[in-house]
Design a protein. Structure first.
Length: 322
């Protein structure tokens, strides 16, 4: 086995537990969890957390970099064109957290439909006699509108169907199956009792769920966003909720993160999580293993399972700078 100083250096950009990547990288790479400038200068690979910005300035600090492995699928904080121009693969881990995010989306919908928040408050505050004033809904028989039918959207649809929900799906990039396909976004909004957002922000209009969209939602619908914070206009969502067009809102993502205080956050029919639905224990471990494997694949000259910039290979320099 080569001495550790002879192994390619892989650095963490953001917090990465070495134990989660050791099973893949040990014996092949030297992993540095808290890199300094000297480590960046010789790094061949990096595992990048979702909240870390990788811009041209950071890339300039790492002239030997060959691969960035993003824990997740969003690349809006990574300068992908700059990485591609340098021949750096931007690996993503699309499947690792899909089930966890889908469970989070359905969990938020269930929480809001069953009014767990207000009902918990009734019991805590000794207001048992007032329970008849809180209407409890059902997922069974309701319509689930899934916007974005990738891995997470498909899993969300499966879970919704398991609850007895009718499923409608819209995706601007791929066609959902005929029985679920809804080619018109406004039609999906008008027919859905629960709407979940699972689109990437890249190439999407900001505030897809803005005033125009919310004006078309079925009265009393629930909106859940586990995609990207920029997909919703938070002020428009607040107005739709207070005016009764929406009956509940679930948010795992925000714009920016962490978010500034907003009156929406204190509403009793809102459930909030700090961008953690894809980071369950099992999903976290799988995500870091997938990221580490992607780094190792590139450094070995193999094709990584998923990349955000397929053109990276056409820009790989013939010689790695010394």
């Amino acid at each position: 086995m080569a001495a550790s100083q002879d192994l390619p250096v892989v650095v963490a950009l953001g917090t990465v537990d070495p134990a989660l990547v050791a099973g893949v990288l040990d014996g092949h790479c030297r992993f540095v969890a808290a890199p300094d400038d000297a480590d960046l200068a010789v790094a061949a690979g990096a595992i990048v957390r979702a909240d870390v910005r990788v811009d041209q300035a950071l890339l300039a600090q790492a002239p030997r970099l060959r691969v960035l492995a993003r824990t997740g699928v969003g690349t809006d904080l990574i300068d992908v064109p700059a990485a591609t121009a340098r021949g750096i693969a931007v690996v993503i881990t699309p499947g690792a957290g899909a089930a966890a995010v889908a469970e989070g989306a359905i969990g938020m919908a269930l929480h809001l439909v069953k009014r767990f928040g207000p009902l918990t408050a009734l019991v805590r505050e000794g207001c048992w006699a007032e329970r008849g004033g809180t209407a409890v809904g059902d997922l069974d028989g309701a319509t689930l509108g899934v916007i974005g039918y990738g891995r997470i959207g498909r899993r969300t649809a499966e879970l919704g169907a398991a609850f007895g929900m009718r499923v409608l799906a819209y995706d601007p990039y791929s066609e959902p199956p005929a029985g679920r396909r809804c080619p018109d976004l406004g039609d999906l909004a008008a027919r859905s009792d629960v709407i979940t957002l699972h689109l990437p922000l890249t190439d999407q209009p900001r505030h897809l769920a803005g005033e125009d969209f919310l004006a078309r939602v079925k009265p009393g619908a629930i909106l859940v966003n586990c995609g990207r914070g920029g997909l919703i206009d938070i002020d428009a969502v607040w107005h739709a909720l207070t005016e009764g067009r929406l009956s509940g809102v679930g948010l795992d993502v925000f714009d920016p993160e962490p978010p500034a205080p907003h009156p929406l956050f204190s509403h009793p029919d809102v459930v909030l999580t700090p961008h953690l639905m894809g980071l369950s224990r099992r999903a976290t471990a799988a995500t870091f293993v997938a990221a580490a494997q992607g780094v190792l694949d590139v450094l070995r000259g193999a094709e990584p399972q998923a990349v955000a910039n397929p053109a990276w290979r056409t820009h790989v320099p013939k010689e790695i700078p010394a």
